[in-house]
Design a protein around this ligand. Structure first.
Ligand code: UDX
Length: 437
């Protein structure tokens, strides 16, 4: 079976490589010539554990090209995994999806199934179908459109694709259903065929539910701080109930990334557009926006202002295991601290270069080690729970910092580690150890 994949971001490239690893001949298409050149050498342009290795192993089945016409001409299945970024009103920007749809309509020269993996508002597949049929150059062929949302998380994208929790196929027609069941034959996962609009909704409803779970636990954490409970103990107790489950109950400084922030806003926009209100999701968004500033608010207890303070920042990516900064709490907090006159010492094992490109160098020292970042710091803020941070001997905070105040936005350490250390350790939803009154 000949497969083409449009877009080589986290979704497209991982999909293409995983399909190639199962023996399919896959042509990955991207508009970015530089990126395509890199991939032709067998190098992954994105940091994703396991991806480079699998890509190297599967190169004989992989082709990378900017020549979409050649790729789509005789493909039996075309996966679309291009971005649907957020527009200023919160709705999804479908420009890239439509660009690909137009190219497919102009190039396809045999019956094929166009599989939309990009996260798109409910009803988009229907619109794309009309659009493609309108623009279709070869009127003798049949182009089917099916929805097949992805549920991969960055950092575990390969595993999530090869061992998916479920494969959702959205179509009302038999042919695309059979083609997709065939494509996924070698993937062991529950396969569910539903209507196209339902498939589109499964994606938003799943992501928004997880975002809601996080915002809920963050509010519980904030309340725990006020009433003297410990959020870790509370979530342990909650998580033992199988109806609740113990995952996605980690309190912190809010969710970031390429999906939750965008997909919550997009669903909220879609509801409003249809004269409906999705109040739970709106609440999740509001809670998340204020949660991102929690550490800086906490820091105000120790410093009236941040002028000329040396502040160590540990982690800038939106979560560990990725170099992605999208919607990371660091991106809104660092400019705020700089505006207040702070001098920052930033450490991140993989995200620093991207961060430097976004935020620049002024009043920032980018450090190669955690130790270097902590040197002479008046305050340390932890934004990402990298393993290196979790494994750090906490006595280093005392040894290296000018004033050992550590505010941890990801609850990296058990509180006991800080008892009798002389280090002030504040986290989310738990008591502050060695607090200064
Ligand atoms: C998410 C979904 O998990 C995935 O199924 C979907 O396809 C895309 O969006 P991703 O954004 O890569 O994946 O990361 P995820 O691990 O879900 O984390 C998202 C954000 O939530 C991160 O900022 C993370 O720090 C935060 N988070 C996650 C919490 O704050 N607490 C938790 O308990 C879990």
């Amino acid at each position: 079976m000949k497969i083409a994949v449009a877009g080589t971001g986290y979704v497209g490239l991982v999909t293409g490589v995983c399909l190639a690893s199962k023996g399919y001949r896959v042509t990955c298409v991207d508009v970015d010539e530089e990126k395509v050149k890199i991939m032709q050498e067998g190098v992954s342009p994105i940091y994703e554990p396991g991806l480079s290795e699998l890509m190297m192993e599967s190169m004989e089945n992989l082709t990378f090209t900017t020549d979409y016409a050649e790729a789509y001409k005789d493909a039996e299945v075309i996966f679309v995994g291009v971005g649907t970024p957020e527009k200023s009103d919160g709705s999804a920007n479908l420009t890239y999806v439509y660009q690909v749809a137009k190219q497919i309509a102009q190039s396809a020269d045999r019956d094929c199934v166009v599989v939309i993996k990009s996260t798109v508002p409910i009803g988009t597949n229907d619109k794309l179908e009309s659009y493609i049929h309108d623009k279709q150059k070869n009127k003798d062929i049949k182009i089917y459109i099916a929805s097949n949302p992805e549920f991969l998380a960055q950092g575990t994208a390969v595993r999530d694709t090869l061992h998916a929790s479920r494969i959702v196929i959205g179509t009302e027609e038999e042919y695309p259903k059979q083609v997709l069941l065939k494509v996924y034959e070698k993937f062991e996962a529950p396969k569910l065929t539903v209507g196209r609009r339902s498939a589109e909704m499964v994606k938003y409803a799943s992501n928004d539910f997880l975002a809601l779970k996080i915002s809920y636990v963050n509010e519980i954490a904030n309340l725990c701080e006020t009433v003297g409970a410990d959020v870790e103990e509370v979530t342990k107790g909650m998580g033992l109930d199988p109806r609740i489950g113990n995952r996605f109950l980690n309190a912190g400084i809010g969710y970031g990334g390429s999906c939750f922030p965008k997909d919550t806003k997009a669903l909220s926009w879609l509801a409003r557009f249809n004269d409906k209100e999705i109040r739970t999701v709106r609440a999740a968004i509001e809670v998340n926006e204020s949660q991102k500033f929690k550490l800086v608010k906490k820091a105000k207890k120790y410093y009236d202002d941040f002028l000329f303070l040396n502040i160590a920042i540990l982690g800038c990516t939106f979560k560990p295991g990725t170099d992605d900064l999208r919607e990371a709490p660091s991106l809104v907090n660092v400019p705020l601290l700089l505006e207040d006159g702070a001098h920052l010492r930033i450490w991140d094992p993989v995200g620093m270069e991207n961060f430097r490109k976004r935020i620049g160098e002024k009043n920032i020292c980018y450090c190669n080690t955690i130790e270097e970042a902590l040197e002479d710091a008046d305050l340390c803020l932890i934004f990402t729970e990298w393993d290196e941070v979790k494994k750090l001997d906490v006595r280093k905070y005392k040894e290296l910092m000018k004033r050992p105040i550590v505010l941890d936005g990801r609850n990296c350490y058990p509180l006991e580690r800080f008892e009798n250390t002389g280090i002030t350790y504040g986290s989310v939803g738990r008591r502050t150890v060695n607090d200064i009154n």
